[in-house]
Design a protein around this ligand. Structure first.
Ligand code: DGY
Length: 323
């Protein structure tokens, strides 16, 4: 029997590409150039499965390719807001994602941003590199203490919980969270966390607010001007979830008006574009969507796509099926 014909939209870690070549008749994207919508649509005509990343917009038009050959979409990423799920379902396409394997890497990155913005490390590095540093002095670049502060987590799934573990057990922080679907009480207690009364109450009480909610339409601009005003003026906002959970223009205004003290952002509303105002600010740490970017994690994500696709083409249920 011939191997299923699959296409990968971006360059993947080499060892995973080698596995792909063994299992499938695969077209790789070794040049790592983003595919335009027309090329993606053609892929749905020519391949049995398409393996996109979280930046490929797999919308209704892309999937309207005729005749539609693709039967499966193996997303390289846990978030799948890049895929029109109802259109995929209507066309009988199976969709999978890559949960679990990126939990620790993303939680580590949330802590990186939190510590960086509190301790002004981005600003400090720029200071040293520009040869502006004149030496140690008691009042130089004083930041904000992290240990013992209150961390508010918005969203308490796998990644939110992994951040809670680090913050509570590693940094002695009081961890509050808000999630409409909280985990069991014993899970919460073991993490040393407390369920806040409401999203608003968590925003009001926290010294740091870190976002870990899914990029669902109902979470678009969850953090808007009004909610930013509920935060303490000395508090920081951290976003490793999805850009559109925050109204970026409102955040920029809030920083300008000193409504909050700073922000650490790994994701943006119009990636890879970043609101120019944010680029100017010293009290904002900006990273290029690096949440899952460790070698170990990216290999594990690729292997998960393979595991899902192998199950699918063997007629079994893919372990991470989302549609
Ligand atoms: C995901 O998997 O959803 C991430 O944002 C990519 O790291």
């Amino acid at each position: 029997m011939s191997k299923p014909k699959v296409i990968v939209t971006r360059h993947w870690p080499r060892e995973v590409e080698a596995q792909l070549q063994k299992l499938f008749d695969v077209t790789l994207n070794v040049e790592d150039k983003p595919m335009d919508q027309g090329t993606l649509q053609q892929a749905f005509r020519d391949y049995d499965a398409v393996f996109p990343t979280v930046t490929d917009q797999i919308n209704d038009e892309v999937m309207s390719a005729e005749p539609l050959r693709a039967r499966m979409i193996g997303n390289f990423g846990v978030g799948f807001n890049n895929i029109d799920i109802s259109s995929a379902k209507a066309r009988g396409l199976v969709v999978t994602n890559t949960p679990e394997v990126l939990t620790d890497a993303t939680a580590d990155l949330a802590m990186t941003l939190l510590l960086s913005v509190a301790r002004r490390s981005g600003e400090g590095e720029r200071h040293v590199r520009s040869s502006s540093w004149s030496g140690w002095r008691p009042t130089h670049m004083m930041g904000t203490q992290v240990t013992g502060k209150v961390l508010g987590l918005i969203g308490f799934g796998r990644i939110g919980q992994a951040v809670a573990r680090r913050a509570h057990w590693g940094f002695d922080m009081r961890v509050l969270f808000f999630d409409p679907y909280p985990p069991r009480g014993d899970v919460v207690r073991n993490l040393g966390a407390e369920l806040g009364e409401s999203l608003e109450a968590v925003l009001e009480e926290s010294d740091f607010v870190s976002l870990h909610c899914p990029a669902a339409p109902e979470n678009r601009h969850l953090i808007n001007a009004e909610r930013l005003r509920l935060m303490k003026p000395e508090a920081f906002l951290i976003n490793t979830a999805r850009g559109d959970v925050v109204d970026e223009a409102a955040l920029n205004d809030a920083l300008e008006e000193e409504v909050i003290a700073g922000a650490g952002l790994d994701v943006f509303e119009r990636e890879p574009k970043v609101l120019p105002g944010l680029l100017e600010r010293e009290n904002v740490v900006l990273l290029p969507h690096l949440g899952s970017a460790t070698r170990e994690t990216r290999v594990a994500m690729g292997l998960k796509v393979l595991e899902n696709a192998t199950a699918f083409f063997n007629g079994a249920q893919p372990p991470n099926r989302v549609a």
